[in-house]
Structure formats: structure tokens, C-alpha cells
Design a protein around this ligand. Structure first.
Ligand SMILES: Nc1ncnc2c1ncn2[C@@H]1O[C@H](COP(=O)(O)OP(=O)(O)OP(=O)(O)O)[C@@H](O)[C@H]1O
Length: 542
């Protein structure tokens, strides 16, 4: 089998080529993963052959996007074939040019029997059927929703940054133009879920907003997620068009798809701010920062709507952007410190024999390990092929709760060897991102200096202080609300029962917040005491 224009794949540490593709069938029926406007997405398998060792083959599960091309005679009347070919070419070129862990990987493509086939990385489903339940009735917790939002936003920023220079002074950025809950796929991975953008059939390179703000766009995208200006087919700014769709996706994540669809008429062009009023009414469900973000994204007037810069400066982004959630409270200074000590941390973990190991407070160990794991994970993600091999059962890390405490050094030893092997295997490929990454980290690292320890602890104390102030503020609010409640209870009048109900709701939300704050506070407190012991222990060792 010859796949057209096949470039060699890099898959799970193999340089490979596809030798066979087949669609999965159950009871003779093709397994359909999804159906879109242009084609059907099927589940299947590809057989790949290691090009360094032709005898070795492997079967890999994939998604097959099958697009029907219109026959030639119809092409004249409808132009459909041309449209298809154009959007297919576009989709292919995006997949080929932009490699990211957040964009579905294209393994190969071919045209046969009046169809075009794209062989894609298999995901577990889209935002709608994977994260929310089938009816879109199970919205996410705010923190989770924002985390997904940020991942999607970061990917859109990546697209925008991948400019294409048409002429000397004319840089063009890429916009997806059809952001909606079905075009954002989900893939389970070592740490939680990963988002993968797909369907670039109507993506477009456009002049960057900085150079020229407005572009004529045709009416494009999925109706419920379309910006008002897109509906009116007016001159519009691609970036703002994208941020509107992002806003609607966030609404789905926070309040559920069905709730969004039930109120869809409010988001239409006619009603100026009715949709914002509806969001205001949901204020018990979301924090002020998230409400501000939604208001910024869902301004019907593009000029008043948030652009990418404003999103990255928003409070939500600053709170959750770029970091795994559990560490969002940890100041950048600390992260940098840990980041610069990759090699040191590795050695530290590997050299721990069982007795010494027991002297490290468990909390601290998990903290460091978690950090290390994220670091390794991040490095692996830079190279999707390698990333996959670390995903294999041998090296896979379970979620924190399942980590075998005693097994950590062994596991890290494997990681360490893994990175060393990569370094050896690929020494000649200077442009290999992974090598660059590795070199950066394998520069001689220092042990913690006294000043660094001090700064590290100080930063943690700062977080602790902040948490304490927030705890106190919540405590005061709870006291106030309880006082009010007592008053209502004394009056025992009908008029007050509604007020009391509202008050109870408010009380519940604040008490929940306080609980979370207390939890964080305790964790940090433990961490600091563990850390102090650790530094003392380590000092003696040096
Ligand atoms: N790589 C994949 N892995 C798993 N499922 C997928 C994959 N690609 C697509 N799907 C499923 O198929 C659906 C349709 O895919 P896609 O949006 O690429 O098709 P389309 O024909 O271009 O659709 P549209 O009508 O949005 O243009 C997705 O919502 C998803 O549920």
C-alpha cells in the first residue's frame, strides 16, 4: 500500500512508514466516531513499519476522517468538489505546519475511490461527549472549566503566532474560525485530560491585528458559536471573532451545553445585553473573576470585546495559566528554582536509599515528585513521538493517589535512563527539540544555595500569609451572614423565608470556599515544616 505524499512518521520512538490502514468493524459495521458537515470519522488501525528495522511492524489505533469528493459532473454545477479539495488542502497544511500537543496529529493522507482519507491521532471524544455528559447537562467545576479554557486559548495563541509571510510587510496569522465544543477533542493521558484541536477545514491565514485590524470574512463556523458580526457577514476582526466563540465554549463548560442551547436566543444579534444579564443571574455558580472574563469575551460589539492580549492579562489567566492547577498558588519564583534543578532533583531521587528516603517528609516528597513528574511530562510533550513512548505501561505514572511511595526512585531511574538514551540515540540531529531541551537541563546544576532556600521558604510563607488573610475575610463574611440569619429566624415571618433561603445559599457557597482555603492553608503549612526539615537534612548531607 502506498500512501500519497507520505512523510516518515515519528511514532513512539520509531521512524516509521504506514504500510496498511483498515477501518474497525463490529458485526460488519464500521465504527463511527463522529459525523461532520464534510465527512465521517471512523475508528481504525494503521500498521506501521520501522524504517530502521524493516522486519518490525506495529499496529496503532487511529481515527480515519473520510471525506466524500463530489463526482466531476456535479462539480460544475455546485463547485462542491473544489470546495472540498480546498478545505482538505488547508486542513492538511495546518496539520503539517503546526505541531503541538494540543493539535491532533496527522499521520498520513490519501485519495482513493472518490474519497479523501486523513489518518489522525485517535482521541477519546470531543468536549461535549467526553467532558460533559451526552446531553451536555453536567457542567464542570469552575477551576476545571477555566483550565480547559486556558488550554484552548493557548492553542489559539499558538496558531496566531505561527505566521505566514506572504509578502515582505504582510505577515499573516492563522485562525481556526470554527471553535466549538465538537471541534475540541479530548485525550486521556498520564496527567488527566489533554485537549486536541481538530477540523481546520475553514481555518484561514489573515493579516495580524497589529498590522491591519479588519478583514472581510464570509459567514463561517457553527451557528450557535458564531460571533454576531459573523452572523451579519460584516467586516470583522478575526481575533475578536475567535474570542467570541471561546466565550461561548466557556459558557458551555461552566453552565452546560444544554443550558447554553436553551438560552441561545439571548446570544443572538438582536438582544443587546440580555445574554450578559443571564450570566449575571448565574453569579452564585461562578466567581467574580470568571464573570468578568465572560463579560469581556461576550461583548457583542467587537471593539469592546477582549482580544488575546486582554485574556492573557485577565485575572483568571494569571491564576491558572500555564501551570498545573495544584501548583497554581505557587509563585513563579519557586517554580523557576525547581525548574533549574532538574538534574539535581533527578539525582536526589535516584540516590535515595530506603533509609534516607524515610527521613524526607512524605508531603515534601510528593510535592517534589509531582513537580518532577510535571517537568518530565512537559519535556515529553515537546516531542509527541517521545511523549507517546513515555506513555507506555512500562514508564507510565499513575495519578498521585496511586503512586507507590517506595517505588518512586526506581521509576525515576527509568525516566533518567530514558532521557539519557534519547540523548545518545539522536546526537547527530542538532535540530531535534528534545536534544536542545535535554542539553539545557543537563548543564551542571548547583545545589540549593542558602539564599535560594531562604527565598524559596519566604515565597511559601508569603502564600501562607495571603491564604490567612483570605481565610479571615471569609470567616468574617460567614459571621455576618449568620447574624443576619438569626435575625430572620427571630422574625419568623413569611416575607423572610425567601430571604432566608437566599441567605442559606450564599452561606453554603462561602462556607465551601472557606473549606477549600483551609485545606490549602493546611497543605502549605505542612509543606513549609517539611521543607524546613528537608533543608536541614540536606545541609548535613552536603
Ligand atoms: N481524531 C479523532 N479522534 C476521535 N474522534 C474524532 C477525531 N476526529 C474527529 N472525531 C469525532 O468526529 C467529529 C467530527 O469531526 P470533524 O469536526 O473533524 O469533522 P467535520 O466533517 O470537519 O465536521 P464539521 O461539520 O465540524 O466541519 C468530532 O466532533 C469528534 O467527535
Amino acid at each position: 500500500m502506498i500512501i500519497e505524499n507520505q512523510k516518515h512518521l515519528f511514532y513512539q520512538g520509531w521512524f516509521a512508514k504506514i504500510i496498511e490502514v483498515k477501518v474497525d468493524k463490529i458485526n460488519n459495521q464500521e465504527v463511527i466516531l463522529g459525523q461532520g458537515g464534510y465527512g465521517t470519522v471512523l475508528r481504525g488501525k494503521m500498521k506501521i513499519e520501522n524504517i530502521n528495522n524493516t522486519k518490525e511492524t506495529r499496529e496503532v489505533p487511529i481515527a480515519i476522517k473520510r471525506i466524500k469528493l463530489s463526482p466531476l459532473k456535479e462539480k460544475k454545477s455546485f463547485g462542491e468538489n473544489q470546495l472540498n479539495m480546498e478545505s482538505i488542502k488547508l486542513e492538511l497544511s495546518v496539520y503539517e505546519q503546526i505541531k503541538s500537543k494540543n493539535i491532533v496529529q496527522l499521520y498520513g493522507s490519501e485519495q482513493k475511490d472518490n474519497h479523501y482519507y486523513l489518518y489522525l491521532e485517535l482521541c477519546d471524544g470531543n468536549l461535549l461527549n467526553c467532558i460533559m455528559d451526552e446531553n451536555g447537562d453536567a457542567p464542570l467545576k469552575e477551576e476545571q472549566a477555566i483550565r480547559y479554557f486556558i488550554k484552548i486559548f493557548d492553542t489559539l495563541q499558538l496558531l496566531q503566532k505561527s505566521t505566514y509571510e506572504r509578502t515582505e510587510n504582510n505577515k499573516e496569522s492563522l485562525y481556526h474560525r470554527d471553535i466549538n465544543v465538537k471541534n475540541i477533542l479530548i485525550k486521556k493521558c498520564v496527567i488527566g485530560y489533554q485537549i486536541k484541536l481538530c477540523d481546520f477545514g475553514i481555518a484561514q491565514y489573515s493579516v495580524q491585528p497589529g498590522n491591519q485590524n479588519k478583514n472581510l470574512i464570509q459567514e463561517i463556523g457553527t451557528p450557535a458559536f458564531k460571533s454576531p458580526e459573523n452572523f451579519l457577514n460584516q467586516l470583522c476582526d478575526q481575533e475578536k471573532n475567535e474570542t467570541w466563540s471561546l466565550g461561548t465554549v466557556l459558557v458551555c463548560l461552566l453552565f452546560g451545553y444544554s443550558s447554553f442551547m436553551a438560552n441561545i436566543q439571548l446570544f443572538n444579534i438582536g438582544n443587546k445585553d440580555d445574554h450578559l444579564k443571564w450570566i449575571s443571574r448565574q453569579k452564585n455558580l461562578i466567581s467574580t473573576e470568571v464573570q468578568q472574563l465572560l463579560f469581556g469575551l461576550l461583548q457583542k460589539e467587537p471593539k469592546e470585546r477582549m482580544g488575546y492580549k486582554q485574556i492573557s492579562e485577565s485575572q483568571c489567566y494569571r491564576l491558572y495559566g500555564n501551570y498545573p492547577p495544584s501548583r497554581s498558588l505557587i509563585p513563579r519564583g519557586i517554580q523557576r528554582l525547581m525548574y533549574n534543578n532538574f538534574e539535581y532533583l533527578t539525582q536526589l531521587f535516584i540516590n535515595l536509599n530506603q533509609n534516607l528516603y524515610k527521613q524526607i517528609p512524605e508531603d515534601l516528597l510528593f510535592f517534589l515528585f509531582q513537580h518532577y513528574k510535571n517537568l518530565v511530562h512537559k519535556q515529553c510533550q515537546n516531542y509527541s513521538g517521545y511523549y507517546k513512548s513515555i506513555d507506555s505501561t512500562d514508564l507510565s505514572l499513575q495519578t498521585t493517589s496511586n503512586i507507590n511511595y517506595i517505588g518512586i526512585p526506581t521509576l525515576l531511574q527509568k525516566y533518567y535512563q530514558f532521557f539519557q538514551n534519547i540523548q545518545l540515540e539522536n546526537e547527530t540531529q542538532n535540530d531535534d527539540q528534545m536534544i536542545l531541551f535535554w542539553r539545557k537541563f543537563s548543564q551542571p546544576n548547583r545545589r540549593y544555595q542558602d539564599s535560594q532556600r531562604f527565598c524559596f521558604l519566604n515565597n511559601l510563607f508569603e502564600v501562607l500569609d495571603k491564604l490567612q488573610v483570605e481565610q479571615q475575610a471569609l470567616e468574617n463574611q460567614i459571621l455576618e451572614l449568620n447574624k443576619k440569619k438569626m435575625l430572620y429566624l427571630e422574625k419568623e415571618e413569611k416575607l423572610y423565608s425567601k430571604k432566608e433561603e437566599n441567605l442559606n445559599k450564599k452561606l453554603y457557597v462561602i462556607e465551601k470556599l472557606k473549606e477549600d482555603k483551609d485545606d490549602n492553608f493546611n497543605k502549605f503549612n505542612d509543606l513549609i515544616s517539611g521543607l524546613t526539615q528537608y533543608f536541614d537534612w540536606n545541609k548535613e548531607k552536603i
